[in-house]
Each structure stands twice: as structure tokens, then as C-alpha cells.
Write a protein that binds this ligand. Structure first.
Ligand code: BGC
Length: 724
């Protein structure tokens, strides 16, 4: 009674004040926080509680004004803080203050292999979210790249659970350092856009545990992610947003997740099942808010005894806990947008993301003083990538195109002339959606490009993909390079032997012909606001490329596991993950299939020599730590960064194991001639596989092969260890 009267009397004040008034903040321990949450819940009406569990706007959920509990506000992610839309529809709100920093796409960030950069991404996103008064950032997204065709491959990180986990943890910590919540997504087994709202992902338990869950588990347990988004698809026959096993059993009970589960937008399908099986907040459903599953129907279900009030209290408690970490935190920074610091973060991330695929005749880096005429060819040289396609983009404050970057770099030193060469176009459809790419060539544009290439010392071809082509809600049909570009590439390469390909994309394409016929290939991404500056600096050697592919690029689609086994996009709305744990390089290595470019591949303008790999011991037991050390030397003439990758393989096993798995990596910066000792720490427990009979992680005794190198296929040092 006493508590209630205090609360009612301070209803105009903020809840943070209330908490402080009830218990001095300096004495508050986690347990006491829980009891404070319970006290608050105890004075809420059922209607007030339920109002907090569903959207009251497209990107907001209600607070309790009477108690000073504020609304929760949400924003996409991952490319930047999205443009403001109207509260009740998807139309732009036409603000003049919602331009934001455009960050590199997910696979670009993964190509840095640099968790410190992911932290900076998160921190900057957090600051921009604060400035826009958003409490929950719908980022990071890190589903496993199961098929290269997934329309969202560009948004996600990589094909490897270990790499994903390291990057996800860093980016969550960065976002949450600003006291805004990360919302890790999309949980779980969300690997394709085809039939994404209905497809049923089916896999064995070992595959789930070893491939599809580790990054989520790490982001929850090591990153302390405050919120998580349930995926659109079904998992073993049950929608992820009402999946007892994923939400209650694994996430909440096994992993101890303290925060709130938010549905993907429109990804809620029931009231009672979703409420009882672990969903906390329903977002993005259709129709008036009161009619959503978690609105009046939930109220009725509680009254009918189908959902207990205890379950409702638990959900509200989780949301209040998220608020304690975010909106109710005292002395939060106000945040800031579009700062020089954020631009620098974009520049640094993109500069470590670009991958040098081929530099056979050392055409790169270009010498500013020696090159007098440059032909810049291709629509991607003038294209911006901050928006396009379906899904969240960014109203970028600015975005430097490749052409602009090159012109400002070469200035008066060289003539930089441009020809479009091709124009992206799509075949018409009757449903108003984007059609397949129109691959007809435009001979006039090709002729102009060829003439320019012939009359220039160097031709730089900006080809590849677009944000329209790689997009949420649609998978690609094949790996073909679209829009008739192959013909343009052939013609320009023939016209000028000094042709550099800059291939911009977020997912694998068929580069077989280019690899055969071109000496110089740079893989670039949707690099963010600083795109053109980064490209110009990579091409001129101000930046020495250090990106490493976060996915394998296959020779042909049929080599890729899900396609080889004909399990994509599934039959009868069921996608059976028949390849099991053999995803990405695990498949190529184990099946002895050479990819065109392997996972972890990327060249530099310098060379690195590996030597002296050793471990602190030769024999270990479960629970031990292994320290692997080696010497790394920059043997070239320029400074550079190398990502040392450590893979482990079980030499002899009774069960199927991948030939090797990434278990550690470290990015190292070295001056010319410099040598350093690199140590990588791993846990013997990280060598475990998930035993489905025992339902636990088991480290098999025996010999393990430890290999370090520059890519998953370029391993320079090997040793054996024994686990007893
Ligand atoms: C996407 C989410 C996104 C949400 C809100 C959904 O279609 O799957 O990733 O956060 O929309 O824009």
C-alpha cells in the first residue's frame, strides 16, 4: 500500500527517480534490482502490462505514463540509423534531421577480421541512436551464410560460427556501451529469403549447436545482448517466434538470457503459443494495434486462464530490465550524429574490408606521379549504396562515390574520364516487385567504354552488384554477374591490358572468367559513407589491403553444399539442412572441392613469412588452455596488416568432422622488415563436438592438427597436439 501511494504521488516523475527514491542507487545490487522490478510490476494493471508487449507504433512499444515508464523506441540497423518513418506507416516522416552515417555492410565488416573495428561500429551506432532518441538498435545481424544466393548475405557476417561470434560480441558491446540495446538477429536458422515467412528449417541437433547457434550464444553470454529478434522462418516445424525449444529451453533457461525477445516485423503468428513459448514483444503486425496477438487477444487469453499473469509479469520484468540498462540509466551521453569520429570509423572499417583478390603484374598500387590518364568505367563508379532494394537503408548524410574519390585523389595529376559501360535494369514484372536482372548488353555504352579504355593508360572497371539486386525478401537465382557486365568486362580488358577490376558486392558471384582473363582484381563492398575515399586510397597504396573473404567463392553454384545436395530453397516449404555441419569451407575442404577463392583469402601489397609455430605444451586435457605462438615477418617493402588464422582438425575420429575449423585469429600490423611474435589462445573445450546422444559437448581424445596461415587454403605452419 505504502509503495503504491509513493508511486502514484510521483507518477509525473521518471521511473529512474522512482527507483532511486525507493532504494539508494549506490546500494542497489542485481538482486535488489529484481525486487524493484517486482515492486513496479506489482502496482501495474494487467492492461498496462500488456500494452508494453506489443507495438503502439511501427517502431515503438508503450510505457506506462502514470508510472513515468517511458515508451521504448526502436530503429534499424545494421547499415546505420534508419531514416525516420511515420509512426503508423512505412512512409518517410520527411525530417530534415535524420540523415545519418552510412556504415559498411555486414559481410564487409566481417572481412576486416577485426573485432576492435566492430566495437567502433557499435559505439558509433549507439551514439547515433542516442542522438535520435532510440533505445533499441536492430543490429547486429549475423545469420550463417549457408547459401551464397541468400538475398541478405550482404547484411550478415560469414559462413563461420567462430568468426561470427567474435564479431557479434564486439559489435553488441560497442552498441551497448552507449546504454542503448543491441537487438541481435535473426534467431535462428534464418538462411534464405525464399518463402521466408513459411519455410521450415530442419537440421540435426549437432548442426544447430555447432554452426547456427554459437554466435547467438556468445552474443548473449559474452556480449550480454539486451534484446534478440526471433526470425521469420519455422524451426523444426514451429515458427521461431513461438518456438519453445529455441526461446525458453535454449535461450532463456540454458543460456540465462535476461533481456527481451522481440519478434521480427510481422513475424508473430499466435497469441497463446507465442506468449507461453517465450516471445516477449510483438512488432510489425498488420491492422490496428489493439487487435494484434499480444494486445486484446492476449488480455482475453490471460482472463481465460490460457496464459498466466506470471508469464506476463516475466515479460514485463524483462522489458523493465532492458530499460534499466538503457532509457532509465542516469547520466547517459546525449549521443551525436555524423561526426568526424563516425566518418573515421567508417573509413577505417572499409579500409580493412576491401580484399585484394589478384595483383599478378603488380599493377597496384597505382603510382600517382606516373599515371597520366585513367578511364573509370562502370555504373558502380557513380552509384550510391546507402539505399536500394527492400529493407532498411540509411538516409546518408553523404556518400563519396568511387568516381568522386578518384577525382579528388588524382586531382590535376591525371585526367580521370568516365564512361558508364552498362546500366542496371530489371525485367518487368506484373506484381510490382523487382524483376530478374536484364542481362542484355548495351553496345553503345560498351563502345564508348572501349574507346575511353583504349585512349587511357589505365582502365578501372567498377562492376558487380547493387543494393537493389542483393536485397531482403528475395534470393538471387544464380551467381551470374548481372546487367550484361561480362561482355563489357571482356571488351574493356581486350582494349586495355592494364585493366583493374573493382568488383562491388556483398555476396559471392561467379568470378571464374574474370579470374582467368584479368590480372588485377579488387573485391569491394557497400563500403559506407567513405566509399570513394577508401577505394582511391586502396588503389594508390595509401591503404594496403588487408581484408580477407568471410565466405568461400565457389567455382560454380553446384559446388556449394546446399546446392550440391539440392536442398535449396527446399521442397514443400521445408528446407532440410542435409549438408549438416559441412557449411562453407568445412564442406569444400572435407569434400576436396577447390573453391575459386577460399574462406579467409586476401592478398596484400606486401608479403608475410610465417615461422616457428609452437604450442606451450604438446599434451592437453579437456579444460586446458592452449597458447599457440609463431613468428610473423613482413618481408616486403611497405607496411601491412595480416590476419593470422588458426585452424584445428581432428586427425582420426569415429564421427564425421570437418577437415578443419577456425579456432583462432589475430590481425597484426607490421612495418617493412619487422618481425613479431603472435600468440593465439584457445581452449581445449573449443575442440569439442556436440554429442547428440549425450546431449552435451564432448572433446574426443586423440591427435589434433593445428595449422596457421593466411587463408583456409594457404596454411603455412602445422603441428600436432594430443588431447588425453
Ligand atoms: C527485417 C528485420 C528488420 C525489420 C524492421 C524485417 O523485415 O527482417 O531485420 O529489423 O524488418 O525493419
Amino acid at each position: 500500500m505504502k509503495l503504491k501511494s509513493i508511486i502514484l504521488s510521483v507518477s509525473a516523475l521518471s521511473l529512474s527517480f522512482l527507483i532511486v527514491a525507493l532504494k539508494p542507487a549506490d546500494k542497489v545490487k542485481p538482486k535488489k534490482f529484481t525486487s524493484q522490478i517486482d515492486s513496479i510490476i506489482s502496482v501495474m494493471t494487467l492492461e498496462e502490462k500488456i500494452a508494453m508487449l506489443h507495438g503502439n507504433g511501427f517502431f515503438s512499444t508503450a510505457g506506462v505514463p502514470r508510472l513515468g515508464i517511458p515508451e521504448l523506441t526502436y530503429t534499424d540497423g545494421p547499415l546505420g540509423i534508419r531514416e525516420e518513418i511515420n509512426r503508423d506507416n512505412w512512409n518517410a516522416a520527411k525530417w530534415t534531421t535524420d540523415s545519418a552515417t552510412f556504415f559498411p555492410n555486414g559481410s564487409a565488416m566481417a572481412a576486416t577480421w577485426n573485432p576492435a573495428l566492430l566495437y567502433r561500429y557499435g559505439e558509433a551506432m549507439g551514439e547515433e541512436a542516442r542522438a535520435r532518441k532510440k533505445e533499441i538498435v536492430l543490429s547486429p545481424a549475423f545469420n550463417i551464410t549457408r547459401t551464397p544466393l541468400n538475398g541478405r548475405t550482404y547484411e550478415y557476417y560469414s559462413e563461420d560460427p567462430f568468426l561470427n561470434a567474435q564479431l557479434a560480441v564486439a559489435s553488441v558491446k560497442g552498441i551497448q556501451s552507449q546504454h542503448v540495446a543491441a537487438c541481435i538477429k535473426h534467431y535462428a536458422a534464418n538462411s534464405q529469403e525464399t518463402n521466408r515467412n513459411t519455410v521450415n528449417s530442419v537440421m540435426d541437433e549437432r548442426t544447430l549447436r555447432e554452426i547456427y547457434l554459437p554466435a547467438f550464444k556468445a552474443a548473449v553470454q559474452k556480449g550480454n545482448a539486451y534484446t534478440i529478434m526471433s526470425a521469420y522462418n519455422k524451426f523444426r516445424g514451429v515458427w521461431c517466434g513461438e518456438n519453445e525449444y529455441l526461446l525458453n529451453t535454449i535461450l532463456k533457461k540454458e543460456w540465462g538470457f535476461k533481456g527481451a525477445v522481440v519478434s521480427d516485423w510481422g513475424g508473430t503468428h499466435s497469441t497463446v503459443a507465442a506468449a507461453n513459448n517465450g516471445l516477449d514483444i510483438e512488432m510489425g503486425s498488420d491492422g490496428t494495434y489493439e487487435k494484434w496477438f499480444f494486445a486484446n487477444p492476449l488480455l482475453d487469453s490471460v482472463k481465460a486462464g490460457l496464459v498466466s499473469e506470471k508469464t506476463i509479469n516475466e515479460k514485463v520484468g524483462r522489458i523493465l530490465w532492458v530499460m534499466q540498462q538503457t532509457s532509465l540509466k542516469k547520466n547517459r551521453s546525449a549521443g551525436e550524429m555524423n561526426t568526424v569520429k563516425h566518418s573515421k570509423a567508417v573509413y577505417d572499417i572499409a579500409s580493412e574490408a576491401v580484399v585484394l583478390l589478384k595483383n599478378d603484374v603488380k599493377l597496384l598500387p597505382l603510382k600517382l606521379s606516373a599515371v597520366k590518364s585513367i578511364a573509370v568505367i562502370g555504373d558502380n563508379a557513380t552509384r550510391k549504396f546507402s539505399t536500394g532494394g527492400f529493407g532498411a537503408g540509411v538516409k546518408a548524410k553523404y556518400e563519396v562515390t568511387a568516381l568522386k574519390g578518384l577525382r579528388s585523389k588524382f586531382g590535376k595529376l591525371a585526367s580521370v574520364k568516365y564512361a558508364a559501360g552498362y546500366k542496371p535494369a530489371y525485367l518487368p514484372t506484373t506484381n510490382g516487385q523487382r524483376g530478374e536482372p536484364d542481362n542484355a548488353t548495351n553496345q553503345q555504352l560498351i563502345d564508348e567504354a572501349v574507346e575511353l579504355a583504349e585512349n587511357s593508360e589505365v582502365a578501372i572497371l567498377f562492376v558487380g552488384s547493387t543494393r537493389e539486386y542483393e536485397t531482403e525478401a528475395t534470393d538471387r537465382k544464380n551467381l551470374d554477374i548481372p546487367f550484361g557486365q561480362p561482355e563489357l568486362i571482356r571488351a574493356v580488358t581486350k582494349a586495355n591490358p592494364k585493366t583493374i577490376i573493382v568488383f562491388t558486392a556483398g555476396a559471392p558471384y561467379d568470378l571464374s572468367e574474370i579470374k582467368k582473363s584479368n590480372n588485377t582484381i579488387v573485391w569491394s563492398w557497400f563500403n559506407g559513407s567513405e566509399n570513394g575515399n577508401v577505394i582511391a586510397d586502396v588503389l594508390t597504396g595509401v591503404i594496403n589491403p588487408s581484408g580477407k573473404l568471410p565466405f568461400s567463392i565457389p567455382v560454380s553454384l553446384g559446388d556449394s553444399p546446399a546446392h550440391h545436395l539440392n536442398t535449396f530453397p527446399g521442397e514443400n516449404l521445408t528446407s532440410e539442412y542435409k549438408e549438416g555441419i559441412l557449411v562453407g569451407y568445412r564442406w569444400y575442404d572435407t569434400k576436396n572441392i577447390d573453391p575459386l577463392y577460399s574462406f579467409g583469402y586476401g592478398l596484400s601489397y606486401t608479403n608475410f613469412a610465417y615461422s616457428g609455430l609452437k604450442t606451450d605444451r604438446q599434451v592437453y586435457k579437456a579444460g586446458d588452455k592452449i597458447t599457440a605462438t609463431l613468428k610473423l615477418k613482413n618481408t616486403g617493402k611497405v607496411s601491412g596488416k595480416e590476419t593470422v588464422q588458426l585452424y584445428v582438425g581432428d586427425v582420426k575420429s569415429d564421427i564425421l568432422k570437418a577437415e578443419k575449423e577456425l579456432k583462432g585469429f589475430k590481425k597484426v600490423s607490421l612495418a617493412p622488415g619487422q618481425e613479431t611474435s603472435v600468440s593465439i589462445l584457445l581452449d581445449v573445450n573449443d575442440l569439442a563436438y556436440f554429442d547428440t546422444k549425450l546431449n552435451k559437448w564432448v572433446v574426443e581424445p586423440g591427435e589434433y592438427k593445428v595449422q596457421v596461415g593466411s587463408s583456409s587454403k594457404d596454411l603455412r605452419q602445422t603441428l600436432m597436439i594430443t588431447v588425453n
